[in-house]
Design a protein around this ligand. Sequence first.
Ligand code: ASP
Length: 312
Amino acid sequence: MYYPHRHLLAIEGLHPPEITHLLDLAESYVLLNRSGKTQRDLLRGRTLINLFFEDSTRTRTSFELAGKRLGADVLNMSVATSSVNKGETLLDTAATLNAMNCDLLAVRHDQSGAPNLLAQKVGAAVINAGDGTHEHPTQALLDALTIRRRKGRLEGLTVAICGDIAHSRVARSNIHLLTTLGSRVRVVGPPTLIPAEAERLGIAVFHDMRAGLADADIVMMLRLQRERMAKGLVPSEREYFHFFGLDQEKLAHAKPDALVMHPGPMNRGVEIDSAVADDPVRSVIKEQVEMGVAVRMAVLDTLARVQRRNAL
Ligand code: ASP
């Protein structure tokens, strides 16, 4: 068993073989999905609850698809329709979920650490589907799978993560995963959007896109997360695009075969120009979405196996 943990709460702290196990298994699910087959016996009789306290399009639907393709009963609980709006606390919600005997719980919350708290209180295996500015582990796994499939490796690649690093759980999970598997990671953005911890994590910091993109193999763009910004940390969207938006001219500083990535949702014309986002050769944004389903299948499958083993 290469992945021994009960939950998937963060990439930080995972060892290379644990990450590689999830990526290798996801690889097999890409092939299964492309063949149009399913493996409905794997999670038959198991219940997956998607508990989303924050908006989501790709993550929630891909967890749902992943669960269904493996035969789980899938239930979506969103805040708009749950008792959380009536003042029920996170821990009361946990008690309710426990009473329902759910096996797998994918949680998204605007507070960093909420999935960790739930993991201590529920019997289910908890998957962090994005918590505040902390981590979004399945996003980093799907990004890594996309890169590995295209480039054949992660080790030795130069990855430039650009934009609103400070508020991005995607950036944080990617930094941990990519440095653990031997990529060279740089962050590029205005000083107001680069967290102080960047240098402590041993990654190069650039405030100029052309310098930051020079010779990069991967250019990963991030959304300006205005909903998490305390105050206006960027002047205007027009000015932001001028300096930090990815267009063909800035992309030309990266390697000629550099790939463009974005976790979505995209703000076209703010952090990325449509011509780049939709470039059929350079952009792998749609492929990231496809990998998302396979990665979530691998995570659900793995955690269910750990559960079975622990039950013995
Ligand atoms: N979808 C990603 C997340 O949930 C990125 C974003 O929202 O910008 O973190």
